[in-house]
Design a binder for this molecule. Structure first.
Ligand code: BES
Ligand code: MN
Ligand code: ZN
Length: 476
């Protein structure tokens, strides 16, 4: 899909489909008599009958423009994209009202029409319809802003799709070794980027017994990935990603239904790789470190057992009572590493950590846990401004006792069926450095769409990429 900004009148533009927004001047131009004030996202199709060069016209309900969020606009654009595909439109023009941003339109169209068909037969793939060209119609005073918005929207979408592709690939392909290879390739040829990869030997030397413990049940070797981008500026933010490339649950084996989607369990890692894939294009003026703890969670003959005790890199010992609560265990080492080896001004981890967070917030909203009010505000703003959804949850210290162990410092499950997302976050808090603002994002819900939604076709969603990029570009 190629985007361009054009200063062409809606009555002159040639396109298979022209989208105008209900109530706008452009809509009145092409839709003279007809009065359509559909609700937000409603689309009315008209045939132009040769009255204007555009073959079809879609009149799109916007609702109250002053109340329209970035996420709303992206969703509306995604719906336009879907409709355009349905009618096999190859060229689309959209009349952009002056109040609205081109970036959200580009992201909505691109992400809404995303497909992952790499593994389908050529015959099936050839049948897929594609929008080839999208013209965003604007006026001379807004032209530069629209051109810039298109460029930003294309880059952000590219990063989100990079993350989606990684999640959607089969889990026997996206092994820890593969993630490390991907990371290595991302930094190639960029003088201000680097990537260090630790295998089992180096991890042992560093004292990462927690990840190594989880990795024991698998034939695949674990990898710890340390990415770095130097954007100048005084600040460094550290992004930490859960990279369980497949979560069987380990010896605390999941049932088949719950295991079905568990290739998603490296979505935190994928988001970080997606972000790094476009840092050389967006060039934020800030230093970024990306840490990925990558391993499979398998029940092989050497697998860690309920009752086993491991020491994380910061020296704290963990009693493993449920091998399916593996994410927090590998993150214990990753957060310890962040505290010991990275000088950061803020740490944000992304993890598909708990089913409980999905129970609390549903499939579209991530839970955010932090003590730092400033960081919370920054991340909330970044999410809102980029069209993603996060919600602040309590890092409730009164439940701290629940993760204390009889035989070790902490245990990896709480022993109560309530408050699972909080207990996971409290466990992580034991390993995050005390002196650095830290936020944990539980992305178990929004990382993967179990059914098609306008902006997120079934599968990996690339959640986190948009808000993180927005945040990095806001920081200066
Ligand atoms: N990867 C899962 C969490 C998950 C579940 C993510 C569903 C996305 C969709 C995680 O490793 C896990 O298994 N968590 C357990 C924790 C429990 C054993 C304390 C869970 O949520 O059931
Ligand atoms: Mn698990
Ligand atoms: Zn998991």
């Amino acid at each position: 899909m190629k985007f361009q900004a054009k200063v062409t009148d809606v009555t002159k533009i040639e396109a298979d489909l022209l989208a105008v927004f209900a109530g706008s001047e452009e809509a009145r131009k092409v839709d003279g008599a007809e009065e359509f004030d559909g609700e937000q996202g409603d689309i009315l199709f008209l045939h132009s009958h040769g009255n204007i060069p555009a073959k079809r016209v879609a009149i799109v309900g916007l609702g109250k423009i002053s109340e329209l969020t970035v996420s709303d606009l992206q969703t509306i654009a995604a719906k336009i994209g879907k409709k355009a595909k349905e009618v096999a439109a190859k060229t689309v023009a959209i009349a952009l009202p002056k109040e609205l941003q081109a970036q959200a339109i580009v992201e909505g169209l691109t992400l809404g029409t995303y497909t992952f068909s790499k593994h389908k037969s050529e015959e099936t793939r050839n049948k897929e319809k594609h929008i080839e060209e999208v013209s965003i119609l604007t006026t001379p005073p807004k032209l530069n802003a629209v051109v810039a918005g298109i460029s930003r929207g294309e880059t952000v979408s590219q990063a989100v799709m990079f993350a989606r592709d990684l999640v959607n690939e089969p889990p026997s392909f996206t092994t820890p070794t593969h993630l490390a290879d991907v990371a290595g390739k991302l930094v190639k040829g960029h003088a201000n980027m680097s990537c260090e990869v630790f295998g089992p030997k180096e991890m042992k030397t560093l004292g990462m017994e927690a990840i190594l413990g989880i990795a024991r049940g698998s034939d695949e070797e674990p990898r710890f990935i340390h990415l770095s981008y130097k954007g100048g500026g005084g600040k460094t933010v550290c992004l930490v990603g859960k990279g369980i490339t497949f979560d069987t649950g380990g010896l605390s084996l999941k049932d088949s239904k719950n295991m079905e989607t568990m290739k998603l369990d490296m979505a935190g890692a994928a988001a970080i790789l997606g972000v790094f894939s476009v840092l050389p294009i967006l060039k934020p003026n800030i230093n970024v470190v990306g840490l990925i703890a990558a391993t499979e969670n398998m029940p092989g003959p050497k697998a860690i057992k309920p009752g086993d005790v491991v020491a994380a890199m910061n020296g704290k010992t963990i009693e493993i009572l449920n091998t399916d609560a593996e994410g927090r265990v590998v993150l214990a080492d990753a957060l310890s590493y962040a505290g010991a080896k990275v000088k950061s001004d803020a740490i944000v981890d992304l993890a598909t950590l708990t089913g409980a967070c999905m129970v609390a917030l549903g499939e579209e909203i991530a839970g955010m846990f932090t003590d730092d009010v400033t960081l919370a505000e920054e991340l909330e703003r970044a999410a809102t401004d980029s069209g993603e959804h996060i919600w602040s949850m309590p890092l409730a210290r009164q439940y701290k006792e629940l993760v204390k162990s009889d035989v070790a410092d902490v245990k990896n499950i709480s022993g109560t069926k309530y408050g699972g997302a909080i207990n996971g976050a409290l466990f992580l808090a034991e390993f995050a450095p005390l002196s650095v603002p830290w936020a944990h994002l539980d992305i178990a819900g929004p990382a993967f769409a179990e059914k098609d939604a306008p902006l997120t076709p079934k599968g990996g969603t690339g959640f986190g990429v948009r808000m993180l990029l927005q945040w990095l570009l806001q920081e200066k």
